[in-house]
Design a protein around this ligand. Structure first.
Ligand code: HAM
Length: 421
């Protein structure tokens, strides 16, 4: 056997119903808020993420599935959707096509991380982005959307954390203050942090090395270095959240691991998930569109990890596809052909119908019908064929009735409608 690649997963019947529930709920909620779906390629130019996600991030430094293709081009499997969506927005002039460009994407992402519960190398995101709105009401809408999605899914034990990392003006001032505050302690931090201090000091907040944490916990807070406009923006976001009754906490260390963030950052954390507890992460990125060659437009969005939402769902959530409405059993070769025709007719009429393909005895076919829990078995034998009838057996009561061949589809339709929830 050739096993699946480490960090990738097959999603099998039994689990897939939970995925379908998450995806359909997400589509419903996103569309309520005015977001429309788009899809972008899984493979992109490497430089899109080197520039967009940022050279100083762990994603670009350590986790990209990047390679040279047969044409000599450096390409990568996308590690996140935001730079791809920005690229598509710029490349197709979506701001002309849409009054307020509000889009969502559902699909696989790839990061070469150490696999563990809730962390995979191929995983899936529900990603939402909106462009061109500076007003803090959109920050609150995006946070509300993420929160509402999690609530609608019935996920309990969650916490919303928010922060502001400032703008292109006050952000760099904070970075300087960070390095100054670290002083001699910088040399005590891990080698990744040394690199981060030179490339983008804010990334020090992404450090997970236990020995570094006491030093990092003592560092200044972004929130205390915000310029006037960033402060007013953040206070407005907080006011909206309070007005919507969405509970949140401030998290001073929420710098979010990606270089493009400006102002608002947020996460929804789940407490039944283990170490990988971020269900949703997002924030504002006011310089990214410009940096990727587009017009000077702001943006904000979030991504939710599908695997993690599925893990956090209540245990009984997700519709398992039900049994067929009817099982068709044939006695003898002549009847078999009629049986296959009837199955097709039933299906085209919207009835879930099943049949035996292996010329089993009637007993064998009845066993099979029982195994798939079909409530009705439609039996066609020589007699029925001659009389233009079908024998219907109700598997629950054991009752049998003869129904005219011409009437059978309507008969089963009525029975199925009466027994479906
Ligand atoms: P991110 O925080 O890197 O943000 O990822 C968002 C979510 O994707 C995480 O909260 C988590 O649920 C899920 N996730 C990330 N890595 C993995 C993994 N290896 N295995 C399973 N799930 C994972 C972004 O990707 C940004 N693009 C979000 C964004 C959109 N910001 C603005 N717009």
């Amino acid at each position: 056997m050739i096993p699946a690649i480490r960090g990738t997963r097959d999603i099998l019947p039994g689990e897939i119903e939970r995925w379908q529930l998450v995806e359909s709920t997400a589509r419903e909620v996103f569309e309520l808020y005015g977001y429309v779906e788009l899809r972008t390629p899984i493979i992109e130019r490497e430089e899109l993420f080197a520039k967009g996600t940022g050279e100083s991030t762990d994603i670009v430094q350590k986790q990209m599935y990047a390679f040279t293709d047969k044409g000599g081009e450096r390409v990568t499997l996308r590690p996140e959707a935001t730079p791809s969506i920005v690229r598509a927005y710029v490349e197709h002039g979506l701001e002309q096509a849409m009054a307020v460009p509000k889009v969502y994407l559902i699909g696989p992402m790839f990061r070469y991380e150490r696999p563990q519960k809730g962390r995979y190398r191929q995983f899936h995101q529900l990603d939402v982005e909106v462009f061109g709105v500076k007003d803090p009401s959109i920050d609150a809408e995006i946070i509300d959307l993420a929160w509402t999605l999690v609530q609608r899914l019935g996920i309990e034990n969650v916490e919303l954390v928010i922060n502001s990392v400032g703008c292109l003006v006050c952000g760099p001032r904070f970075s300087q203050a960070l390095v100054a505050a670290l002083g001699a302690d910088l040399s005590k931090l891990c080698s990744d942090c040394q690199r981060r201090a030179a490339a983008n000091p804010l990334r020090i907040f992404d450090c997970k090395v236990p020995e570094d944490q006491p030093i990092i916990d003592r560092l200044p807070h972004t929130i205390d270095f915000l310029c006037e406009e960033c402060r007013a923006h953040f206070e407005a976001v907080e006011r909206y959240l309070a007005a919507y009754g969405i509970p949140y906490h401030l998290s001073h260390r929420l710098a979010r691991g990606i270089d493009y963030y400006t102002r608002t950052t947020f996460e929804v954390l789940g407490f039944n998930l283990g170490a990988q507890n971020a269900l949703v992460g997002g924030g504002r990125y006011d310089g990214l569109v410009r940096m990727l060659g587009g017009p000077d437009r702001v943006g904000i969005g979030f991504a939710a990890g599908l695997e993690r939402l599925v893990l956090a769902l209540p245990p009984t959530a997700g519709r398992v596809s039900g049994p067929p409405d009817a099982f068709v059993a044939a006695i003898g070769d002549a009847s078999r052909d009629v049986a296959f025709q009837l199955v097709r007719e039933l299906r085209l009429a919207g009835i879930r119908a099943d049949v035996d393909y292996e010329s089993r005895s009637l007993r064998g076919q009845m066993k099979r019908a029982d195994r798939v829990a079909a409530p009705l078995v439609l039996i066609i034998g020589g007699d029925e064929l001659a009389r233009g009838q079908v024998k219907v057996k109700d598997m629950r009561t054991g009752e049998q009735a003869d129904v005219a061949r011409a009437e059978i589809v309507r008969f089963v339709q009525a029975r199925a409608a009466a027994s479906r929830p």
